[in-house]
Design a protein around this ligand. Structure first.
Ligand code: GLY
Length: 364
């Protein structure tokens, strides 16, 4: 078992990573004694696929737990779902000594974390992420929330889980598109923080795509270590945490332009390619390093070219409504070398136009 600690003082917590961990969660939770009773929250799909193993492990360890579900999909990520789930908790008599368990992908973690933050003004919760994206990103760091018609994640809270359990084995049955979704965030960590990890991703591409469990665990652990270090230094995204948004400024704009039909990872891949172009255009990043980043993104099967149906004007209009836009100016996370980035709003509209119209070098 690998353990990564998120060092947030008395709100700090462990991320446990192991093949087959689902079966051992009951015994570990019993020992941690976070609550006297747990409610597991899962979407309808995950409930069917995975919850049986978790519930059996909890029962075997004598942990009191019940399962509640909501319909699968981003469409559920709104306040009405939170209100409905809160009513269910109240009807079940859940009180402040009890806790929630988020079992699923990013949507489940975000909804459940937010519900835990506001139910009875806050009860503990535990994350059990079941997608690569949730394991390497959304389950760690305490960002919780829901969408409103005006934008994604516009309502929410920073609220840290008490523990994160990552069973790498659940990735064996993850659809390929979902694996790719997470791999975009994995590549992000190499570019923003760790050149050695970037090289590891170049060397281990085949093993990762073939879902070699040992290599995947190494990847998950390194991503969690980086995220834990960044979050411990800047929990509320006042400064350093902003680097985690590499590829997300233009990525979110493309995702929004597609009316969220485009997968998040695919959009982040495109956003990282565009950010490399901006950095080269500003003269702060070498073309050959930008080519290496774009090539890695392409080699993992992610797209490197923004579909022609989205015009630069359309993409730029969505930049203005992004959470990362402050005082009307979007900020960008730009690489200066592989493993290092800067955060800046000093990017001219002309350069954005050039990059959105330009063709990247990688053969995607
Ligand atoms: N996903 C970016 C963050 O957690 O800050």
């Amino acid at each position: 078992m690998r353990t990564v600690r998120v060092g947030l003082g008395d709100r700090g917590y462990d991320i446990l990573i192991e093949n087959g961990l689902l079966e051992a969660i009951g015994a570990d939770l019993k020992q941690r004694a976070i609550a006297k009773r747990y409610v597991v929250v899962a979407d309808s799909h995950v409930a069917e696929l995975v919850s049986g193993r978790l519930m059996a492990s909890l029962t075997a360890a004598g942990v009191s737990a019940e399962l509640i579900t909501f319909p699968q999909g981003e469409a559920s990520k709104h306040l009405a779902t939170v209100a409905e789930l809160a009513s269910r908790l109240a009807q079940m008599g859940l009180d402040r000594k009890d806790a929630l368990i988020a079992l699923g992908g990013g949507v489940t973690g975000d909804i459940t974390g937010f519900l835990a933050a506001i139910y009875m003004r806050g009860i503990p919760f535990v994350q059990i992420p079941t997608t690569l994206l949730a394991q390497v990103d959304s389950s760690v760091g305490g960002k919780t929330g829901v969408d409103i018609p005006e934008g994604k994640n516009l309502i929410g809270a920073f609220y840290q889980p008490r523990c994160v359990y990552i069973d790498s084995n659940v990735l064996m049955s993850l659809p390929s598109a979902e694996l790719l979704n997470g791999l975009a965030e994995v590549i992000k960590y190499g570019v923003i923080y760790d050149a050695e990890f970037f090289r590891y991703l170049v060397e281990q591409r085949e093993a990762i795509l073939a879902r070699d469990i040992t290599v995947l665990e190494e990847v998950i652990a390194r991503c969690c270590e980086i995220k834990a270090a960044v979050v411990a230094a800047d929990e509320r995204e006042a400064d350093l945490r902003r680097i985690l948004n590499f590829g997300h400024t233009l990525g979110h704009a493309v995702e929004a332009a597609s009316n969220y039909a485009m997968a998040h990872g695919l959009a982040v891949g495109l956003g990282m390619v565009a950010a490399c172009g901006l950095a080269v255009g500003k003269g702060i990043f070498a073309q050959e390093q930008a080519d290496a980043v774009c090539q890695l993104i392409a080699d993992y099967g992610l797209s490197v070219k923004i579909p022609a149906e989205f015009s630069p004007q359309q993409i730029k209009s969505f930049l203005k409504t992004d959470k990362k836009t402050v005082g009307g100016r979007p900020f960008f996370v730009l690489p200066t070398e592989i493993g290092k980035v800067v955060v800046t709003d000093a990017v001219s509209e002309e350069l954005i136009d050039t990059v959105l119209g330009a063709r990247p070098k990688a053969k995607g």
